[in-house]
Design a protein. Structure first.
Length: 317
């Protein structure tokens, strides 16, 4: 059995075409299949369109969250309810081509548990790719793991890999980052990247920045280490400068009178650095506080063609 999980947010115009193309691909490909649309509480007609498709096609399941949680939370909700032996994850805007699914499955037959699509000739504008490339370079530097920006969520994974993913219940979550951490044998396949079928991306620079920050907080503690190293370097430089002043006074009776402007600038600069370091510590403390509350990642408001909103596979705690 093959499951396809796709989150939906302001994609009402894309969903019928995605359903048509997925059905055309999956019928000859899998003995049985299901398509799970997860409405991330879109303010548009997404749930209305999903519900209508569910009434016509028993292979389609719909999940509507109680509030807008974010793409990767919606994706987790879909994976929690997926029954397939193999699970395809993809976006619903048709930039991920459904016709590429057989190529991903064919590669998995070589013994891979996880096969990601590597976007060839990306069609996204530079205003979206440039910030992502910068973030990828920063995250690579912080984590020591090379981040390939040509890889997003489009993938096929075995049941074992998906069950492993579902054991990760932290709030700072990214499908790609978690799949990197769980191990298993993985590879990539170059897949042509298509233009968005309709509408525009819901990701703004602000949401991308917040997502990037969540990834950093959830993936590495290197910012804290850098903060300690900078503080040690600053303290050492201050000690050496103090020793130099004392040497000048003892041997040459030289007393340097600093100007008020330079003192004010230095104080402002170093207090700014101090507050930045405190801010980094505060972000990690805040993230820890959120995790220790162990609140649910999402709540399901409505379902279609699903007997219960309770996940079919209870995650290991």
């Amino acid at each position: 059995m093959l499951s396809v999980v796709t989150p939906a947010y302001r994609c009402a115009e894309c969903i019928p075409e995605l359903h048509r193309r997925l059905t055309a691909v999956l019928r000859p490909t899998a003995a049985d299949y299901e398509i799970i649309f997860v409405d991330d509480r879109s303010p548009d007609r997404d749930w209305e369109v999903i519900s209508a498709i569910c009434r016509e096609d028993p292979h389609v399941k719909g999940i509507r969250l109680s509030r807008n949680c974010g793409q990767h939370y919606a994706l987790t909700a879909g994976l929690d309810h997926a029954e397939g032996d193999w699970v395809v994850v993809m976006d619903c805007d048709l930039q991920d081509k459904p016709e590429a699914i057989p190529a991903l499955l064919e590669k998995s037959r070589e013994g891979f548990d996880i096969v990601f699509a590597r976007r060839k000739d990306r069609t996204d504008p530079w205003t979206k790719t440039l910030p992502g490339d910068i973030f990828g370079a920063i995250l690579t530097w912080l984590t020591g793991v090379k981040i390939d920006r040509a890889i997003a969520n489009f993938s096929v994974s075995s049941r074992a890999a998906i069950d492993a993913f579902r054991q990760y219940r932290e709030r700072n979550r990214s499908f790609g980052m978690i799949m990197n951490q769980i191990g298993f044998k993985r590879t990539t396949v170059d897949i042509p990247h298509d233009i968005r079928f309709a509408g525009r991306s819901a990701y703004t620079f602000r949401t991308l920045l917040r997502f990037a920050l969540q990834n950093i907080l959830g993936s590495t503690t290197k910012p804290l280490i850098l903060s300690v190293q900078f503080g040690a370097w600053l303290a050492g430089a201050s000690f050496l400068y103090g020793a130099y002043i004392l040497f000048q006074y003892l041997f040459f009776r030289t007393i340097t009178v600093a100007g008020w402007a330079s003192v004010a600038v230095l104080l402002s600069f170093f207090f700014g650095i101090l507050f930045m370091q405190l801010g980094v510590i505060g972000l990690y403390l805040g993230s820890t506080f959120q995790e220790t509350k162990r609140r649910p990642l999402y709540h399901v408001a409505e379902v279609a063609n699903i007997a219960s909103a309770t996940p079919l596979f209870t995650p290991h705690r």
